[in-house]
Structures are given as C-alpha cells and as structure tokens.
Design a protein around this ligand. Sequence first.
Ligand SMILES: *Cc1c(COP(=O)(O)O)cnc(C)c1O
Ligand code: SF4
Length: 331
Amino acid sequence: MNSEKGWEKALQEAVTSPEELWYLLELDPNLLPAAKSAAKLFPLKVPRSFLARIKKGDALDPLLRQILPLDAEHAVVSGYTRDPLEEASVNPIPGLLHKYQGRVLFTFVGSCGINCRYCFRRHFPYAENNPGTQGWDKALAYIANDSSIHEVILSGGDPLIANDKTLAVFSEKLNAIPHVKRLRIHSRMPIALPERISSEFITWISQLKQKPILVTHCNHAQEINSDVKEAMQRLTKAGVVLLNQAVLLKGVNDNADALVNLSESLFDAGIQPYYLHLLDKVEGAAHFDLPLTQVQKLQSEMNQRLSGFLVPKFAYEVAGAASKQALIMQM
Ligand SMILES: *Cc1c(COP(=O)(O)O)cnc(C)c1O
Ligand code: SF4
C-alpha cells in the first residue's frame, strides 16, 4: 500500500485465466472445463489481493463462490432475464440513470476491478453506455438543469477504476452546480483492491465541496482483512461516511451466522451496514437465489441477534418503481 501507482499495476495483474486461478488455489481439475466455458459468458477477473483471502483447495469458500465461473451459469431459468431492471428506459443521457427523486446515478466507467458472477449488469452493454469524459458535459448539464437533484451517485461499472486525476476533473465540474450537496460513490474496489485508497485519493476526497459518502460492497466477513481495515480508517479520518451494501447469495452468506458476523465485522471496520439486496433476477445467476421464506427467516434472525443499527435494510428492485422496495419482516 506504499506505492502511489501500486493499485493500477495490481489491477492490470488481476487473474483472468481460469487455468491460473486453478493453479493458484489448487482447485479440482475436473471442474476446470466448466469454468472455462462459463468464463466465455462473463469473463473471470479477480485481483490477487482478493484471491489471497480465499482458502486454497476449498471449492465452497464464500469468497471463491463470488468469482468462480460455474456450469450453472448456462442454465436458462424462466424469470431470469438479461436486463432485469429495464434500465434502458430510465437512461435520459448515456451514463445517467434518473430513476429516483433527488438523486441521479452516473455510470462513470465501464468496467470493474472484480467480476462478480451474480452481477445484474453481467450482460449490460457497458461500452455503448459509457459516456467517457466527453459525455460528462451532457450529464452535468442535465444535473445543473434540475435543482431537485441533491445527490450524485457514481456507480458503474466501478467508478474507482477511474484514476485520481479523472476523479478530480469530474468533481471540479460538479463544483459548479451548487444544488448538488452530496457525492456518493458506490464501489467494490476498497474491498476488492484496498490499495486503491491511495494517499492521492484521500487528499481528493477530503477536499470535496460535496459531503462524501462511500458505499462499499462486501458480502462476507472474510473479505475484511487488515488492508481493508486500514483503508477504512484513513477514509473515516478524512470525513467520509462509510456504508455497505451486500447481496444475499446462496453458498456465500445464506445463513444467520455469516450475516451477523458480516454486520459485526463491517461495524468494527467503521462501516455501517446499509442494504442487503435480494438477488436481481439476471440470466446466469439463478443458482445464487434463495426462496423468499428463507430470506424472511434470515431477516427475523438478524433482528433478534443484532442491535437495530446493525441490521441492513433487506431490499429489492422492481423495474419502474419509485424507490427500492423494502422487505417487510414477517413475525
Ligand atoms: C439504488 C439506486 C439509487 C440509490 O438508491 P438509495 O435507496 O438512495 O440508495 C439511485 N438510482 C438508481 C438508479 C439506483 O438503482
Ligand atoms: S463490482 Fe459490482 S458492478 Fe462490478 S461486477 Fe461486481 S457486482 Fe457487478
């Protein structure tokens, strides 16, 4: 975490070949052909520092399950579609999603530091929808024209794939719009590649005119190692509000112990649990889904075992709705 450009190099060196993943993690060779075939549907990508948190030789490791291409991804299951949120229709300008009141989501860059197999954007035409820096002015003009927009959310892809210079150019433009009070960044990078939280980044985020909020994406306590904790400490010191969103995933965190442990570990690292998303029904990820009765049971168990502020909102998205939908607890 010492070299400024370290994270860019680490990103380039992410593991993308199933053969190498098998070699490094000593996995069962019988499963390799299926992984190679599923990686053609959605590429394998995992930074080495994330890989180091996976237990060798354990095909059921909860971190491995999130990045491991499986045969099951070929299954065509009714109800699981390629664009489950119908995002194409709330896309006024390439890269900008204005779906909910008061905030816009800006898809800043087209790629991620890690490819999560359950991702609802695994089929998203990023290249076509990626505004690039030239496209920013249109998006910013749209925001400037609507004074009801108080919050800009950078999402993706993963916005922290962009380098600090790019972020600085963007926030300078954003500073010209006084009604934008908050800048929220949704990123899996602080977890997947904590090296990303460079001192240059800390300087940028601590000098923002808007109140900074960083929403991390962590699904299992085992993802939080000492590098992640250190990065979170530096962000907290810089005045950044840290929230986490997780996705409820079969084979990863689908038991009360794992979820309780996740909330406790996040809080220990200075991160407030925010959302626990139910899986978006995207083609190729049906094997991660859970029956609703089990979800409700997990929710009630978390309510019993955790302080109220450590229970994330169980939420799901409905195309066309005015907000994310909260799952109401069944007593
Ligand atoms: C999730 C989401 C937001 C943010 O919703 P919050 O409930 O405020 O976290 C904003 N825009 C879009 C398109 C979203 O999907
Ligand atoms: S980091 Fe987020 S957007 Fe990127 S692949 Fe994972 S879930 Fe999808």
